[in-house]
Design a protein around this ligand. Structure first.
Ligand code: THU
Length: 164
């Protein structure tokens, strides 16, 4: 047995104002998207904004349902929206933030496993890394420069192919 150690890099910013300008602007879109979230069950509103390589920005927010698993996270709403409209554009970055109706979110919002898998699919398809910028209401803002940092040992389409 060999013990392998996987490391990942994460950027930490004291506040949104310390972010590079393009990230800050994208985060502002994510913030705005929060207000239109449909969250009667969790009261946890998430906003996501995606910047494509042509400069277009698509936003999304979480959409819940009385049949809980039928709802969808903000990130996937934004990702599917963007890719359904612009299938040939590259995703450069996604900004994510959240607000709760019940408490203050003191940590950066980190995408769920299902959303990471969807991000991974598009990153592999486009062969260029997707940057993810994550923020709560308080606390540091985090950013990573590739979905590999969020999803090591990811499942990907190559695994569906027969290897000789
Ligand atoms: N949620 C998101 O939209 N994105 C995340 O990254 C985490 C969770 C949503 C799903 C559900 O509507 C609510 O937040 C509580 O889990």
């Amino acid at each position: 047995m060999k013990l392998k150690n996987i490391q990942f890099n994460i950027e930490e910013y004291d506040s949104v104002n310390a972010l590079p300008q393009a990230d800050l602007r994208l985060m502002e879109y994510a913030e705005k998207a929060i207000s239109k979230a449909y969250t009667p069950y969790s009261h946890y509103r998430v906003g996501a904004a995606i910047r494509l390589s042509n400069g277009e920005i698509f936003t999304g927010n979480n959409q819940e349902n009385a049949a809980y698993p039928s709802g969808l996270c903000a990130e996937r709403v934004a990702l599917f929206y963007a890719k359904s409209q612009q299938p040939d554009e590259t995703i450069e970055a996604i900004a994510i933030t959240a607000r709760s109706d019940d408490f203050i979110i003191r940590e950066a919002v980190s995408p769920c496993g299902g959303c990471r898998q969807v991000m991974a699919e598009y990153q592999i398809q486009q062969s260029s890394p997707i940057r993810v910028i994550m923020k709560g209401e308080k606390g540091p803002v985090l950013a990573i420069n590739s979905i590999e940092e969020l999803l090591p040992l990811m499942f990907h389409a190559e695994e569906l192919k027969r290897k000789t």
